[in-house]
Design a protein around this ligand. Structure first.
Ligand SMILES: *Cc1c(COP(=O)(O)O)cnc(C)c1O
Length: 392
C-alpha cells in the first residue's frame, strides 16, 4: 500500500502507542481522585500540557484538552460568540475553512450572528484588504485557518493576527493541519485561540487541544465536572493526552528535517505529475503550501474514478477532504478558488508523510498517467477536444 492521505489522518507512531499503553492497564487512575495512585495520571497530563504549551510559546495554563479538532473549533466559535454577544454579533471567517468551522458558523447564523465569509485569491490565500473592509464595530471574532486541509495553502496568519489585534478583535485559527508540521508562535502571530488535533501529527484519534490566551473569556462547551480547571468537563482521556504529548514532542524535535524531506518529495511529485500527465495543473499555491500537500486538477476525468482505480493499485488518495467524500458536490474549497465545476470534480489530493519515498512517487505518477489515459479514452469531452485541436 502507498498511503497518500495524511491530511485525513496519520499513522499513530509506535513510540506514541508505547507511551500510551501503561495508562490503560497500569496507571488507570482517574486524575481527579485524591489517592496517590491517581496522581500518576494527573502528572502525566501535566507533562503533556507543558510539552504542548512550550511547542507554541504558550503557558501550560492556556492549554485545554478536548476530543479533537472538531470540538476545539466548535468550542472556540460557539463559546466566544456567547461570551462576547454583548459587544457584537459579527464574525469573520473564510470560504475555505474546514466544515468544523463553516457548519458551526451556519449554526451561529441561525442563532442571530452575522458571518462574513472572506474570499481568497486563486491560490487560496485570504485577501487581507477584504478582511480590513469586513471589520465592523460589532465584529467580535476572526477565525481563519493556519493552513488549508485540501489545497495546503498557508494563510498569512501573522498579518491577520496583527489586524485583529489592532482592532481589538479576538483571533482564532484552526491549526489542525499546521500544528506539528509548521512552526507556530501564538505571541508572534497574535493568536488568541488555536485548535489542533492529535491524529493529524502521528498522535491518536479523538484527542486534541484548544489554546486559549489568558484573559480571553471562554465559557465551557461541555458542562459537568470541574476537569480542565472547570472549562472542559468529562474525565480526561489520559492515554490519548499522553499519546498526543508524545507525538508533539517527536513532531517538534523532527520538524525541520521532516519539512525539508517532505517538501523535496512533494516538489518531485508535483514536477513529475505535471510533466508526465497532460492537461494537469496544481491546485493551491506553488510554494506557500504545507510541506506534505499536493492537489492536482486533471482535466477530462472524474477524480472519483481515478481514486477508485488507484485504490485498486493499493494507492490511497482522496478527493476533497475526507469529511466531504461520499458527497457528490464538488469541494467548496476548489470552487472558492475559482475552479469550474468539472475541473473541481477532476481534482485529487495526495498528502504524504516522512514515511513515503521517491520510488513510491514514481509508482504513483506512473499509475496516474496510465489511468488518466484510460479514463480520457472513454471521455466524450476529451475526444471532442482532441478532434477540435486536430482540425485547427
Ligand atoms: C481534520 C481537521 C479538522 C477536524 O479534526 P478532528 O480531530 O478530525 O475532529 C478540523 N480542521 C481541519 C483543518 C482539519 O484538517
Amino acid at each position: 500500500m502507498i498511503y497518500l492521505d495524511n491530511a485525513a489522518t496519520t499513522r499513530t507512531c509506535p513510540e506514541v502507542v508505547e507511551a500510551m499503553l501503561p495508562y490503560f492497564t497500569e496507571s488507570y487512575g482517574n486524575p481527579s481522585s485524591i489517592y496517590d495512585f491517581a496522581s500518576v495520571s494527573k502528572q502525566a497530563i501535566a507533562r503533556a500540557r507543558e510539552t504542548i504549551a512550550s511547542s507554541i510559546g504558550a503557558k501550560s495554563s492556556e492549554i485545554f484538552f478536548t476530543g479533537g479538532g472538531t470540538e476545539s473549533d466548535n468550542w472556540a466559535l460557539k463559546a466566544a460568540a456567547d461570551a462576547y454577544r454583548a459587544k457584537g454579533n459579527h464574525i469573520i471567517t473564510s470560504r475555505i475553512e474546514h466544515h468544523a468551522i463553516l457548519h458551526t458558523c451556519e449554526y451561529l447564523e441561525r442563532h442571530g450572528f452575522e458571518v462574513t465569509y472572506l474570499d481568497t485569491d486563486e491560490t487560496g490565500v485570504v485577501k487581507l484588504e477584504e478582511l480590513e473592509r469586513a471589520i465592523r464595530p460589532e465584529t467580535i471574532l476572526i477565525s481563519v485557518m493556519f493552513a488549508n486541509n485540501e489545497i495546503g495553502t498557508i494563510e498569512p496568519v501573522r498579518e491577520i493576527g496583527r489586524i485583529a489585534k489592532k482592532h481589538g478583535i479576538l483571533f482564532h485559527t484552526d491549526a489542525v493541519q499546521a500544528y506539528g508540521h509548521l512552526p507556530i508562535d501564538v505571541n508572534a502571530d497574535s493568536i488568541d485561540m488555536l485548535s489542533a488535533s492529535g491524529h493529524k501529527f502521528h498522535g491518536p484519534k479523538g484527542v486534541g487541544f484548544l489554546y486559549i490566551r489568558t484573559g480571553v473569556k471562554l465559557p465551557s462547551l461541555m458542562h459537568g465536572g470541574a476537569q480542565e480547571r472547570g472549562r472542559r468537563a468529562g474525565t480526561e482521556n489520559v492515554p490519548g493526552i499522553v499519546g498526543m504529548g508524545k507525538a508533539a514532542e517527536i513532531a517538534m524535535a523532527t520538524m525541520e528535517e521532516r519539512a525539508q524531506y517532505e517538501t523535496g518529495l512533494r516538489d518531485y511529485l508535483i514536477e513529475q505529475m505535471l510533466s508526465r500527465v497532460p492537461y494537469t495543473r496544481l491546485n493551491g499555491h506553488r510554494t506557500q503550501r504545507l510541506p506534505n500537500n499536493a492537489n492536482f486538477a486533471f482535466q477530462f476525468l472524474e477524480g472519483e474514478s481515478l481514486l477508485i482505480l488507484l485504490d485498486g493499485k493499493g494507492i490511497c488518495g482522496s478527493g476533497g477532504s475526507a469529511c466531504a467524500s461520499g458527497s457528490l458536490d464538488p469541494s467548496h474549497v476548489l470552487l472558492a478558488i475559482g475552479l469550474p465545476n468539472d475541473i473541481a470534480h477532476g481534482s485529487v489530493r495526495l498528502t504524504l508523510s516522512e514515511e513515503n519515498t521517491k520510488e513510491e512517487m514514481d509508482v504513483v505518477v506512473e499509475n496516474v498517467a496510465a489511468i488518466a489515459r484510460r479514463l480520457r479514452g472513454m471521455s466524450p469531452q476529451y475526444e471532442a477536444y482532441i478532434r477540435q485541436t486536430e482540425h485547427r
